[in-house]
Design a protein around this ligand. Structure first.
Ligand SMILES: [Zn+2]
Length: 163
């Protein structure tokens, strides 16, 4: 049954309303309340809306230890390579010198391999322990691997030179 009287506020309006239809005033109030309800900030609403942020990637101490060890090993390799190419040991006979260089070259090669393994293990440990590496740790790891690969190549060349 249609009428001019709003079923909610019981006021007679200018528009004929369908059964259960509210007047303009009640409709706008209802719409306002509805909208208002959505933005109402209750502790529950805040808790529900809080984005489930992933724990920020933090650098595990193991990562830095491994990177440092790799870097130290790489430094030793660099020192050995510099020694190999620059220093001519005095007071040594030809075969002794070859032997000395061979030892240095093999040592440099082994240390380069070790540095590479330690550097690469940063990624392996992170994967196994299920934590994300920070961008800096990732970059440091990649640099370490590239560096050790280069040293490995140089040390390998030395070994071939003295053989
Ligand atoms: Zn009304």
């Amino acid at each position: 049954m249609s009428s001019y009287v709003c079923p909610r506020c019981r006021k007679k309006g200018p528009v004929k309303l369908r059964p259960n239809q509210l007047c303009q005033s009640c409709m706008s109030t209802w719409a306002w309340n509805t909208t208002n309800q959505v933005v109402t900030i209750t502790p529950e609403a805040v808790a529900a809306l809080k984005p489930k942020t992933k724990a920020p990637a933090k650098t595990n101490p193991i990562t830095w230890v491994l990177l440092s060890v790799s870097l130290v090993l790489s430094s030793v390799v660099v020192a050995l390579l510099v020694y190999f190419f620059k220093v001519t040991p005095a007071g040594l006979s030809g075969p002794q010198m070859i032997s000395r260089f061979h030892t240095i070259a093999v040592l440099a090669l082994l240390l380069a391999v070790l540095a590479g393994i330690v550097g690469a293990s940063v990624f392996d440990v992170a994967r196994r322990k299920k934590y994300d590496l920070t961008t800096s740790a990732r970059a440091a790891g990649v640099v370490t691997i590239i560096l050790t690969a280069g040293l490995l190549g140089t040390a390998g060349l030395e070994v071939r030179l003295v053989r």
